[in-house]
Design a protein around this ligand. Structure first.
Ligand SMILES: Cc1cc2nc3c(=O)[nH]c(=O)nc-3n(C[C@H](O)[C@H](O)[C@H](O)COP(=O)(O)OP(=O)(O)OC[C@H]3O[C@@H](n4cnc5c(N)ncnc54)[C@H](O)[C@@H]3O)c2cc1C
Length: 454
């Protein structure tokens, strides 16, 4: 009955129960979790999303909102009960408005992130959210996970870029919170409840986001270091010297680049000697003025850095970024590993890296580490290959250290299914109880992405 109702709501071409068509929607990006579903529906607009939610609420059937399914915590795939409906946002893909004077853009949730960047660029503006999955992830998914990416250091996370949301609530009502006003202290900031809630409190159908002036000429450099300590020192020196005109500042361990060179064609480092660590920095400074070059020369004289290659063209900068963005794909090709997406205050990164390595080496034989991340945000992807039987211990070592250093077990990928148990361990009982009461208030029937987050 429900299935017929859903088919009627979205029309004949916008649902499927075909096994082959469903396959990519049942497995998360790394293939670690696989679910089942009786149907995937792809509504064309907000009213259809609302009707689908209303019908599922009446039948008490769980709904799993799915964007680009690039999430790293299996939040967008159904469980294995075979009862949960997948609600794909991919047909809600219109840019509703761009206002150049207001520096704002309104897009439907299913717009691919890269298409929003392009729409902003065509209008002479800049949308700074940028991450490896930008060719397939959607703005709704970005907001639902509070995505970060490479430009957080200057522009903040998805949460900081949101001005307003349109959300279908658990009873099928539409909350119209699309506004572009920047200052609003009239009551609670309701949109922030839905951002980062991974589809468990409401289904985002559209968003108003901030645009920025184009940063103009940028200088990109790949820098070699022998110690990660120096990365934090360099970052703080460049932040001061460039008055925060740093667009991105990525730390990459040598093993991460080793995997990229092994698995991704046409990738090579511009250095003759081997180094332990690399920084990929992009600064909003004109390369012709040699501002960044001079600062790096000074850092080399002081011994903070070992070597640096400044991109001589947009193409060369693109090659540096291609290597950085290929790390996740190269890791996937290398085989399964334990992924930790952690953050600590930036001044504790060195403590985290040195104690982490020490504790892992002491207790786990033959562990190998792949480390990279957005060091300017204190966020590291700290991934481990460990022998069978040591996975649980490895994650415990990492998360305990993160807790000691006042960090977070999930800096940008969210919780989904994969970090649910860890959330229960590392969040306080008070935090968890507040989260549970919000869930009960906004989704009393527990039909929105059941089994995820809390
Ligand atoms: C190569 C690669 C690199 C990546 N790099 C980064 C990075 O640097 N930074 C970063 O933060 N992430 C990164 N990610 C992870 C991922 O791209 C982000 O989490 C992204 O924001 C997910 O968007 P999506 O549309 O794919 O969402 P999905 O994976 O489809 O969904 C993610 C979660 O959001 C929910 N959801 C999706 N759409 C909606 C909606 N409209 N309303 C309510 N809930 C919804 C889903 O139910 C699920 O719980 C990377 C992924 C890949 C594959």
């Amino acid at each position: 009955m429900l299935l017929d109702e859903l088919k009627n709501i979205v029309g004949p071409k916008a649902w499927t129960n075909d096994e082959a068509a469903l396959e990519p929607h049942l497995t998360e990006w790394r293939g670690a979790v696989r679910g089942r579903t009786p149907i995937m529906v792809s509504p064309a607009n907000t009213d259809e999303v609302a009707a689908v939610v209303k019908a599922c609420a009446a039948a008490r059937v769980g709904i799993v909102p799915q964007g680009g399914n690039t999430g790293m915590c299996a939040g967008a795939v159904p469980d294995d009960s075979g009862t949960q409906v997948i609600l794909s946002l991919s047909r809600l893909n219109r840019i509703r408005a761009i206002n150049v004077q207001d520096f704002s853009l309104v897009a439907e949730a299913g717009c691919i992130l890269a298409s929003i960047q392009e729409a902003a660029r065509s209008a002479g503006r800049y949308f700074p959210l940028s991450l490896g999955g930008e060719g397939s992830c959607q703005i709704g998914g970005n907001l639902a996970t509070n995505a970060g990416g490479i430009n957080v250091i200057r522009y903040g996370t998805a949460r900081d870029l949101a001005l307003g949301l349109e959300v279908v609530l658990a009873d099928g009502a539409v909350w119209n919170g699309i506004r572009t006003v920047r200052k609003d202290t009239a009551g609670y900031d309701l949109k922030q409840l839905f951002i980062g809630s991974e589809g468990t409190l409401g289904i985002i159908t559209a968003a108003a986001v901030k645009l920025f002036p184009n940063p103009g000429a940028t200088t990109t450099a790949l820098i070699a270091l022998n110690s990660a300590d120096d990365a934090v020192t360099l970052l703080s020196e460049l932040r001061v010297a460039l008055a925060d005109r740093i667009e991105a500042f990525e730390l990459i361990g040598s093993r991460a680049f080793e995997l990229v060179r092994r698995h991704i064609p046409n990738t090579r480092l511009p250095f003759e000697s081997p180094y332990d660590w690399f920084i990929l920095v992009e600064a909003a400074v004109d390369p012709d003025q040699e501002e960044l070059q001079n600062l790096l020369l000074q850092a080399a004289r002081l011994g903070t850095i070992e070597d640096a290659a400044i991109a001589k063209s947009v193409q060369e900068a693109g090659q540096f970024w291609r290597m950085r963005h290929s790390i996740s794909a190269a890791e996937k090709l290398e085989g399964a590993s334990l992924k930790h997406d952690i953050s600590v205050p930036t001044d504790r990164i060195n403590a985290f890296l040195s104690s982490g390595k020490h504790r892992i080496e002491e207790r786990i034989p033959d562990a190998s580490l792949v480390v990279f991340g957005h060091v300017g945000d204190g966020n590291l992807h700290y991934n481990l290959h460990v022998p069978t039987g040591f996975q649980e211990l490895a994650t415990q070592i990492v998360y305990e250290l993160v807790a000691e250093l006042g960090g977070s077990i999930s800096a940008e990928h969210g919780v989904g299914v994969l970090k649910k148990t860890a959330l229960l361990t590392y969040k306080s009982e008070q935090d968890l109880n507040l989260m549970r009461s919000l869930k009960m208030t906004l989704d009393p029937l527990k039909i929105l992405n059941p089994g995820k987050v809390i």
